[in-house]
Design a protein around this ligand. Sequence first.
Ligand code: B12
Length: 213
Amino acid sequence: MSNDIFAAAMDAIIKGDSQKAADTAKRGLDEGIAPLELMDKGFVPGINEVGELFEAGHIFIPGLVTSAAAMEKATEIINAAIPAETETVRGRVVIGTVEGDMHDIGKTIVVALLKANGFDVLDLGRDVTIGRFIEEAEKFSADIIGSSTLLTTTMGVQKDLEEELVKQGLREKYKTVVGGAPVTQRWADRIGADAYAQDANDGVKKIKNLLAG
Ligand code: B12
């Protein structure tokens, strides 16, 4: 049965059918599929396929936009269903998508999972300037600054953020974690970020490790 749901989820995203995406998300959860499994085996493969179709020139911006809208709808429903594991505050995280980048679906999943794991999270949204990352981290007394980027053209902002923290004498005050589809461990090492995470689960794990060490 789960396979049918995963196939329906993928189909809803590829077709850009928000109603079907919402119905499938609800149906999957009702059938007892874990929220992140539903996301990772159904909806994420769907949006990845959309990305490939877009790159290959088989769909264009309007198609990308309707698929993204369907993905946002499903993400909203699934994020709300992630069970809270603990009430204890494990640490404070400021997170956002870097300036110039409007992609926030993945970052929003990370936020939901962090909250479910007992972190205090300030979600700055998308198109966040370096100045704002730092200002909000200071005000929020954050332990961690997390940044997301989906565009190769905006990856450099993560590097600039590291440099700005050093410049302001704040680099030791925070742990930094970077993520987003084009980001790799190699990139994190190169720019001097404390951690890289490939997905939301990995993000929670890496952030817990950073706070423990
Ligand atoms: C959906 C989408 C859009 C939507 C975004 C809607 C939204 N609210 O986010 C819209 C339609 C707005 C869009 C616009 C554009 N897009 Co777009 N988009 C995508 C697409 C298909 C999926 C992205 C996504 O949501 N993935 C699903 C989530 C769950 O995965 P994720 O983001 O990787 O996040 C996970 C991990 O990376 C990690 N993670 C992410 N961030 C962080 C942060 C931290 C701290 C941590 C710990 C972990 C973490 O955890 C997440 C959950 O597991 C990708 C293709 C792809 N496969 O990536 C193209 C893609 C990113 N887009 C692309 C392009 C070119 C564009 C546009 C420039 C198109 C245009 N010409 O206008 C614009 C850019 C606008 C802008 N300035 O940002 C290209 C980028 C190419 C490149 N090399 O840079 C891609 C790769 C498509 C392609 N193959 O060509 N896009």
